[in-house]
Design a protein around this ligand. Structure first.
Ligand code: ATP
Ligand code: MG
Length: 337
């Protein structure tokens, strides 16, 4: 049974453009490649593509090619006959057979071996393959959707991905923009994840995000994209000191702790020793000041008033230091909300 389609949130022009491409591609019975940084929603988009296609009521079968060892991937995809290899006690249909009539989503496509790529290419070209340990040709009608967060043309140039397979898969390439390039999506996504977490916790109401939290979220580069935003928001909601209060503080780094273990202490943590080396006291103090201020801002979700408090400074003193180091330029001050 297919899971019901999950909601797809986004209203930025870049994301709406992607949704349009998806609708267009869905109607056609051709392979599609979905590329984008980690956590940008490639799987979400693959699902949407399937449910908008004429195959929507047929199986959507997903395989994460990176999660299965190279030797097992082949039998996972194409199936095997009894005795085909040591552990193959019974005959087993592969995912291509199970996806017959529907869509096969090959996630993390770059992790496949050249041998598996060759077999995939044959299914695309002729719709045919053999189970491992069999010479009988099987025919399937499967639409392939692949996903990758690495640059496949570059891998093909290096000989690590078959260029002919890439050509076939790349009939239509849908590229998901990173979250930092579609800031209009940040708040709708954050609201969505916060409401879902609120429901999951059995709470009645989500009181929204405070101004500082909103500014901090809009300011983040989000290297882990939507998945990172989801985790950060869910954690903030779950950790709310008072469930009825709005989210004011956002902790971006779940590992942030004064007791964080095993962090290699670099040279910058070392106290220089003027007995053995020349020391530039002013530069060293400045560097420490900058580090501590940045850490305090991060811990306060970029709320400058709270960061000043953490550092035992007045708000104006902190502003002076921020100006000196050019931190947070171009941002509005978030003294209170
Ligand atoms: N537009 C969106 N609307 C709602 N939820 C989304 C959206 N995009 C991503 N998500 C959610 O963010 C998380 C990451 O999405 P997904 O797994 O599709 O990303 P991905 O690009 O496949 O990541 P990876 O490269 O790490 O596999 C999931 O929990 C997904 O439900
Ligand atoms: Mg994925």
């Amino acid at each position: 049974m297919n899971r019901p389609e999950q909601p797809v949130i986004g209203e930025s022009p870049a994301f709406l453009g992607v949704l349009e491409e998806v609708s267009r591609a869905a109607a056609l019975n051709r392979p599609v490649l979905i590329v984008g940084e980690r956590g940008t929603g490639k799987e979400v988009i693959a699902e949407r593509l399937h449910f908008l296609s004429p195959r929507w009521d047929q199986p959507l079968v997903k395989v994460n090619c990176a999660a299965i060892s190279e030797s097992l991937l082949e039998s996972e995809l194409f199936g095997h006959e009894a005795g085909a290899f040591t552990d193959a006690s019974r005959q087993r249909a592969g995912r291509f057979e199970r996806a017959d009539g529907g869509t096969l989503f090959l996630d993390e496509l770059a992790s496949t071996s050249l041998a598996v790529q060759e077999k995939i290419l044959r299914v695309i070209e002729y719709g045919q393959f053999e189970r491992l340990g069999s010479t009988r040709m099987l025919e399937v009608d499967v639409r392939l959707v692949g996903a990758s967060n690495v640059d496949l043309p570059e891998l093909a140039r290096q000989g690590r991905f078959r260029a002919d397979l890439l050509d076939r898969l790349a009939f239509d390439v849908i590229t998901l923009p990173p979250l930092r390039e579609r800031r209009e999506d940040i708040l709708p996504l954050a609201e969505h994840f916060a409401m879902r977490m609120t429901r999951e916790l059995g709470r009645e109401l989500f009181a929204g995000f405070g101004e500082a939290a909103i500014a901090a979220m809009l300011d983040q580069p989000w290297p882990g994209n939507v998945r990172e935003l989801k985790n950060v928001v869910e954690r903030a909601v779950y950790r709310l000191p008072e469930p009825q209060a709005p989210v004011d503080e956002i902790e971006f780094d779940p590992f942030a702790s004064p007791w964080r273990p095993g962090r290699p202490s670099g040279a910058r943590d070392r106290l220089p020793d003027p007995a053995h080396e020349p020391v530039d006291l002013r530069a060293w103090l400045d560097a420490q000041e900058k580090r501590l201020v940045e850490a305090a801002l991060k811990a306060s979700g970029s709320h400058q008033g709270k960061a000043a408090e953490r550092l035992g400074l007045s708000y104006d003193q902190l502003r002076g230091i921020l100006r000196k180091h050019g931190i947070g330029r171009g941002r509005t001050a978030t003294q209170s909300d």
